[in-house]
Design a protein around this ligand. Structure first.
Ligand code: GSH
Length: 115
């Protein structure tokens, strides 16, 4: 499904954007996307609206104008509320391969420090 009026500001390789991407994939959504590292006008729009270029940010247009939603966790929640038919974000939305690697590295460091 391609929801009207939903635009995701992001950039490739951004871990917080990957969190949103997992939710988008899980919900079977196709969002309009603007990569702020590839598209200077999109970056300028984002900075004008938010005062900074931190991503991900979801821009939602409805009858009353545009609403800018920053914070990956809030974006994921909003997407499930709107498009999840009562579903809640599954754990795999929050924990991806990167988070598992970081957790393993942290455990490894603790074990190394205790030996
Ligand atoms: N708490 C935020 C963190 C977002 C964040 O740190 N994004 C990074 C990229 S993954 C970013 O845009 N950094 C550049 C900046 O803040 O200017 C979230 O969960 O969305």
């Amino acid at each position: 499904m391609k929801p009207d009026g939903h635009t995701l500001y992001h950039f490739a390789g951004c871990p917080y954007c990957a969190r949103v991407d997992r939710a988008v994939d899980d919900l079977g959504l196709v969002l309009e996307r603007r990569d702020i590292h590839q598209d200077a006008a999109a970056r300028d729009e984002l900075v004008a609206a938010q005062g900074r270029a931190t991503v991900p940010v979801l821009r939602i247009e409805d009858g009353d104008g545009a609403r800018w939603l920053p914070e990956s966790a809030d974006i994921v929640r909003e997407l499930y509320t709107r498009f999840g038919n009562g579903r809640r974000p599954p754990l795999r939305t929050w924990i991806g391969p990167r988070e598992i690697l970081i957790a393993l590295a942290a455990v490894g460091l603790v074990i190394a420090a205790l030996r």
